[in-house]
Each structure stands twice: as structure tokens, then as C-alpha cells.
Write a protein that binds this ligand. Structure first.
Ligand code: CO
Length: 457
């Protein structure tokens, strides 16, 4: 029986996609034990934006959240998402940080680490893969899925072979923009299955309205694991609903074996919580609407809404269509980067500048210069000499792995944050998000001080 396994994403991507990652420990922890009974293959609970949001908006320690979830999830594997050398931040960190961070994440409860690189540059994943393997956890390597003349089936199959050769335990097709079409998915997965025995997982988003159809075709093609979110946290810019898929597969050769009554309890728990977020407008109905233009322009939904507001601020809303048409051109110039964080923001901004500044590449953001210098990694296609010259002049393009140029950071940061940090975890949080972590640690210190004052009375 080709039983389909499910990774439940509510506690990471579900709330990240719909309500800006605002679920707090008070909202998450009471339901974990119930979720643990459902029979999921894994639950994605950490990484991505959850870490930043804990510290920045919720005044919570993300490490403590992980420990608390672990305590309650006795049977289900816990999964995290990591952006390779960027870990959970937006720049490359030195190897000592990547190693220590993943080591700690695993020792505090993570079983499966899903790693990806925005450029699919395997050099940016090496350190992560080696560490996860060394620590005895499961390393899932994810393809950042995109479309372009060079992102063919052969391209992805070649990438998967590379992942396999460096020790991946499973492969994820990560379609962050929701652009993987059902029949393309079917063909791709059928062909992948011919070249590897590794389990294959599909991660997609409902943004453009095709995710459920794609998921079903992926299942028919033999995919092993799919990512879904419990109904109140599903659809729109999030994943397909867990219950709907479980019902769809029931009694078929793909039956997930998951307990639907248990899922019902979980959904009933989250409904009033999500109602609160609708009422306080954290959940905008806009993110629940289908946006098929994503398929036409190959631009992720989130990026499109960012650009609309950017253009409004610049009083250039009338040029929106021009910018949309400029995006594929910028992508081509830059070697077809997948439009995922941080590349989506960078390509979008460059396209806006090209249109409103009265000439292409008249204004170039620093991040684009760094990218062309190779500091983010290697694009799938080499950038032409002409574009390189236009963007960085005579400056050199690096050919080494970007992180090879970085000095170890842990000791330096440990000194910098001083005794505000009470653990290795605090220093790691500080390394990734210096300002917000410092404020969080100061608040915590003040609370401790207050408590001890009271304690002495
Ligand atoms: Co996602």
C-alpha cells in the first residue's frame, strides 16, 4: 500500500502564510498533545519566520517554544525549515554559527531539518547537511522550485542527484509561489522516482488556486509525503487543508490512515483563534483570495502585493504593468534566480527602479551588487559580462563558496552581548537578530530583577 504521509504545517508555515506568524505559545501549546495523536509523519513547528516573530512580536523565547512543543509531542517527528547558510536570517552566517545553531536545534527537539538555498547553490547547503547528518537527525534537501528556460526537468533531476550524493535523507519539491502545475508535477515526480529511491515530499501554496490539484497529481505519480495545514490555517497563501486531503484519500491505495475525529478536534480548537485574527485584521481576506495571475507573471502572490504598495508609495501606480513586464527581464539578466526570499524582494526592487528611474540599472541596490559579485552564491545561469559590468563595474566576482570568506562569529558575539545572554541559545538568537534579541534579553533581565526583588520581601 502506497500510504501517503503528511507533514502538518499549521504551527510554522500555516500561521506564517496567513497571520504573519503571530500564533503564541498560549495558542500553540494546549493543542500539541491532540495533534500528536493524529498520526502525522511530522509536524513543521520551527524555523522560517517563527523564530524572528517570537522575539520581535511575542516577547517569547523561540528555543523555549521548541522545548515545550517537544515535551508534548511524544510520537510525532518535529520538523524545522532552514535557509541553508542563512539559517533563519537574511544573510550568510559563518560556518561556526550554522553548525552550532543546527546542533542546538536538534538537541532541543528537532528530528527533521529541511534545508534549502534560494539559488539552489549546493555549496550554501554543505555545512548544514554535514551538521544535520553528524548530529544524527534527518536531512531533507529542498529544491527551490521555479520556472525558466533552464529550469527544466533535467535541471531538477541533476540537482536531486547532487543532493543524493552529499547525503540527503529525503528530497522536497518546495514550490513557495504555488506555480507547479498539476501535470508538470506528475511528469516531474514520475521522472524523479526513476532516478532515486529517496522519499520525495511536496510543499506548495494555494495562492494561485492549483495546489490541491497539483497535490493529487503528485500523489498519483507516487509522491511519498505532502505538506498540509489544518483547515482554519489552510488555503489562500497557505497549504491545502489537512482534513480535505485525508477524506479524499480515504479508502484508496493512498489512504493516510490519519484519525479524522482527531483532526476535527484540532480544527475546532483553532477556529475561534483564527476568528480573533480576522476581527483584529491580522488575517486579511486578501490572502485568502485566489490569485491566478501568479501563474501568468510567475511572480509570487506576496511579492505582487508588496510591489503594489511600493508603487503606490512612489506615486507610480500607473506604471505597475510596466514593472510586472520588467520582472522577467531582470530575472533573465540575473541568471534566472528563483523568486523566493531574499531574491524576490531584490528582483522586485530592481524592476521598480528600472522603470521609474528613467533607465535600466541607473539605480542599483547594494544587495543586487552583492548578488552579482557572487556573495549570495552562484545563479543557475552565468550572468553576462555586459550586465556584470553594468552592475559592478570592474569589481571582481568571487568564485569560492561565499561562507568561505566569513570569519567565525560566535566568540565575538558572545563578548558583544555579554552577561545578558544566559545560554548558548541566547547568543545564537543574538547572532541572527541582534537588535530584537537584545531588547528581548533586557526585558527578561528586568523581569528577573523584579521577581527577585519581590522574592526578598
Ligand atoms: Co512554504
Amino acid at each position: 500500500m502506497a500510504k501517503v504521509k503528511i507533514t502538518e504545517t499549521s504551527l510554522r508555515d500555516g500561521h506564517q502564510s496567513l497571520i504573519a506568524t503571530r500564533l503564541s505559545n498560549n495558542e500553540i501549546l494546549p493543542i500539541v498533545e491532540e495533534m500528536d495523536k493524529a498520526g502525522f509523519y511530522s509536524m513543521e513547528v520551527w524555523g522560517g519566520a517563527t523564530f524572528d516573530a517570537c522575539l520581535r512580536f511575542l516577547n517569547e523565547d523561540p528555543w523555549e517554544r521548541l522545548r515545550q512543543i517537544r515535551k508534548r509531542a511524544k510520537n510525532t517527528k518535529l520538523q524545522m525549515l532552514s535557509r541553508g547558510q542563512n539559517i533563519l536570517g537574511y544573510k550568510h552566517y559563518a560556518d561556526d554559527i550554522v553548525e552550532l545553531f543546527l546542533k542546538k536545534a536538534i538537541s532541543e527537539g528537532i528530528d527533521i531539518v529541511r534545508v534549502f538555498d534560494a539559488l539552489n547553490d549546493i555549496r550554501n547547503l554543505e555545512k548544514s547537511i554535514n551538521t544535520v547528518k553528524k548530529e544524527g537527525a534527518h536531512c531533507q534537501c529542498a529544491i527551490s522550485y521555479t520556472t525558466s528556460p533552464i529550469h527544466t526537468k533535467e535541471f531538477y533531476i541533476n540537482l536531486i542527484k547532487q543532493f543524493e550524493s552529499v547525503g540527503a535523507d529525503s528530497i522536497c519539491i518546495k514550490d513557495m509561489s504555488g506555480i507547479l502545475l498539476p501535470y508538470d508535477a506528475y511528469d516531474l515526480i514520475k521522472d524523479i522516482k526513476k532516478v532515486t529511491k529517496l522519499p520525495i515530499e511536496l510543499h506548495n501554496h494555494c495562492t494561485s488556486g492549483i495546489a490541491q490539484m497539483t497535490m493529487l497529481k503528485a500523489i498519483e505519480a507516487g509522491i511519498d509525503i505532502v505538506d498540509t495545514a489544518i483547515s482554519p490555517l489552510s488555503s489562500g497563501t497557505s497549504q491545502p487543508a489537512t482534513e480535505s486531503l485525508v477524506h479524499t484519500l480515504k479508502g484508496t491505495e493512498y489512504d493516510t490512515g490519519i484519525d479524522v475525529d482527531c483532526l476535527g478536534k484540532v480544527a475546532d480548537y483553532f477556529k475561534p483563534i483564527m476568528n480573533k485574527y480576522i476581527e483584529n485584521k491580522t488575517l486579511s481576506t486578501k490572502v485568502l483570495m485566489t490569485e491566478p495571475k501568479t501563474l501568468q507573471f510567475q511572480v509570487p502572490g506576496g511579492m505582487m502585493s508588496n510591489m503594489i504598495s511600493q508603487m503606490k508609495e512612489l506615486n507610480a501606480s500607473d506604471k505597475y504593468e510596466d514593472v510586472l513586464a520588467e520582472i522577467p527581464k531582470v530575472r533573465e539578466d540575473l541568471g534566472y534566480p528563483p523568486l523566493v526570499t531574499p531574491m524576490s524582494q531584490m528582483v522586485g526592487t530592481q524592476a521598480v527602479f528600472n522603470i521609474i528611474s528613467g533607465g535600466r540599472y541607473k539605480i542599483i541596490p547594494t544587495e543586487i551588487k552583492k548578488y552579482v559579485q557572487g556573495l549570495y552564491g552562484k545563479p543557475a545561469v552565468e550572468i553576462s559580462d555586459e550586465i556584470t559590468k553594468k552592475i559592478i563595474g570592474d569589481e571582481k566576482v568571487i568564485t569560492v563558496r561565499p561562507a568561505d570568506l566569513l570569519e567565525d562569529e560566535f566568540e565575538k558575539n558572545k563578548k558583544e552581548i555579554g552577561d545578558l545572554a544566559e545560554s548558548v541559545e541566547d547568543i545564537l538568537s543574538y547572532t541572527l537578530f541582534p537588535q530584537v534579541t537584545k531588547e528581548f534579553l533586557e526585558k527578561r533581565r528586568f523581569k528577573e530583577y523584579e521577581n527577585s526583588e519581590r522574592g526578598t520581601i
